[in-house]
Write a protein that binds this ligand. Structure first.
Ligand code: FES
Length: 132
């Protein structure tokens, strides 16, 4: 399992001094370490696909790893939409993917799709020239 980990780090220390943490992902048991995020524990176990896209079904995984993109949202201990890259692994945590997750932002029907749409809806300039 440790083939994807740094074994000895000048700041984080030696891996052998970390406490192992057991968790499940989609019903299968895995081991991480205290201080891991859910995302880092899964990656260390060779799991790169965290979920699928709600509409296209394409695979999704860690993207930014700093909590900005929401690509890593999973169901953790029965709470949907949790960002795996920001969630610290705890013993016996139940992590699930493959469920339809809520999109982080709702999109109103009248939201402009292009800059021309925006200028048409929000200015008196119906020709779309923002400098007019
Ligand atoms: S990977 Fe971007 S929010 Fe987690």
């Amino acid at each position: 399992m440790n083939q994807n980990r740094i074994i000895d780090h000048p700041v984080l220390g030696h891996l052998e001094n970390k406490t192992p943490v057991t968790f499940t992902f989609d019903g299968k048991t895995y081991e991480g370490y205290e201080g891991d995020t859910v995302a880092s524990a899964l990656l260390a176990n060779g799991i790169r696909q965290l979920r699928v896209h709600e509409e296209s079904g394409s695979t999704r995984g860690i993207y930014c790893n700093i909590g900005h993109c929401f690509e890593c949202r999973m169901t953790i201990d029965q709470t949907p939409g949790v960002r795996a890259c920001l969630t610290e692994l705890t013993p016996e945590m139940v992590v699930e993917s493959g469920k339809v997750q809520p999109t982080p932002f709702s999109q109103p029907e009248d939201m402009p799709q292009t800059y021309a749409d925006f200028t048409e809806k929000h200015t008196d300039n119906k020709e779309g020239d923002p400098n007019a």
